[in-house]
Ligand binder design. Sequence first.
Ligand SMILES: Nc1ncnc2c1ncn2[C@@H]1O[C@H](COP(=O)(O)OP(=O)(O)OP(=O)(O)O)[C@@H](O)[C@H]1O
Ligand SMILES: [Mg+2]
Length: 379
Amino acid sequence: MATRRICIYGIEDTVVKQLDGFDVAVSTSTREELRTSIGAEDICALILDLDVHDAIDVIIESLEMKSHLAIVGVTGSSDVNRIIQAQRAGCKQFASRPIDRMDLTTALTGALQDAPAPAVASDVDSRTIAVIGSMGGAGATTLSCYLSMALAERAKTTALIDVDFEFGMVAKSWDLSPRHTIHDLCQFDVLDRQNVEDVMIELPSGVSVLPRPARIQEAQEIDEAALKEIVGLISTWFPFVVLDLPRRLDARTGCAIELCDKLIIVCQQTVAGVINAGRLTDGLLEFGVSLDQIEFVINRYNTKIHSVTEEQLEKRVNKKPIGLVPNHYKSVGAASDLGEPVATRNPVRKAISEIAAALVGDGSPGSGSRWMASLGIGG
Ligand SMILES: Nc1ncnc2c1ncn2[C@@H]1O[C@H](COP(=O)(O)OP(=O)(O)OP(=O)(O)O)[C@@H](O)[C@H]1O
Ligand SMILES: [Mg+2]
């Protein structure tokens, strides 16, 4: 977000008031003032003097009041036990005295990244599905778009967020010329549903698109904390949130993968496709993602052209693909150039509808039908 509001406790140093991207909303010196400020102010972080006698109680009490607060302790002492106590109480990051502006900014940014997303009252039991290609042009955006339509057919609405902030093509796929983008959302100090709805573009299919930034330079201004907040907020009223990911494993993609219930890896029936799907899967498993969370789709499937089989992919990644999407270059390419979806009966669209059905649990093994029923949309 553009400027984040923070609170300080027991710190006089003016450096704290000069942190880029942060605004000291309140400066407190007593517990009473601090309690009132945490209760009344919309703040995301607390910087406190760790050397005051009640610092550990302050951390515990502040987190009891607002569990998502990011906490940074400032200390001039080298008492390791004190640091351990503070860490156990929930202080995520530390900075030493004399305070260095850059060092404190780094600590604050790190604490915010680790802090849980603020709890927002939710209208629905939402599910987030992220889509990534195992190779450039594998079909991740095509799958994200048609999957969103298929999910919207079931649940009436689906959010589609273009997380490929530099080169995303979601809006173009539907010939949209967005007036606002996800970058505009990052300019708000405090986000609410109305801000997000004003930026999303609702299509007749029930898909609401959150477009990538207009200018490529703006992409870098969206960090993972902002992405986490936006996805968290959107999933409070959309039953499905689809994230079209770039083929790049950076902090924002990592954050999106952590947020999703399912990650679909789109691969083609080529040696490179299978090798890279395997490499990506190995990396994700090492990163702590479970194989249950991952699904594989072979796109542009055509046994006349390619000799690599789905069994070879299965052998490499230890999982059967959830779907095979046929190669239909003429219709898909023309539709994408025109910014119109292919017809409902088109085999590509039909195959992706079946993937949607398998994902939400009608008919597929390990179905999530209970979850669909909880939405009141069958299963
Ligand atoms: N099943 C299909 N049959 C024929 N053409 C397809 C199919 N799926 C995708 N395409 C075409 O392949 C091209 C790449 O697709 P898409 O943009 O969805 O891939 P991507 O993985 O998102 O690419 P990028 O790596 O650039 O993000 C597009 O021209 C698209 O129209
Ligand atoms: Mg793409």
